[in-house]
Design a binder for this molecule. Structure first.
Ligand code: SF4
Length: 59
């Protein structure tokens, strides 16, 4: 199971991870992107590679 994390210090809420994730792991909650369904992550690393501030990590 992937441990998908958004570093709150680095995140600027650009929401690219939400836009790009093919599995719907991220949702927008009260205007802010959050990890909602980490169990659905297939570890494609699209979110990690496309986050402009390097805020997303997969362990
Ligand atoms: S690694 Fe891929 S499947 Fe997992 S959260 Fe990121 S974009 Fe979604």
């Amino acid at each position: 199971m992937a441990d998908v994390k958004i570093n709150p210090t680095l995140c600027e809420n650009n929401q690219l991870c939400f836009d790009i994730c093919p599995e719907g792991v991220f949702v927008i909650d009260k205007g802010k992107v959050v990890v909602a369904q980490p169990d659905d992550c297939t570890e494609c690393f699209m979110c990690v590679e496309n986050c402009p501030t390097g805020a997303v990590s997969i362990d």
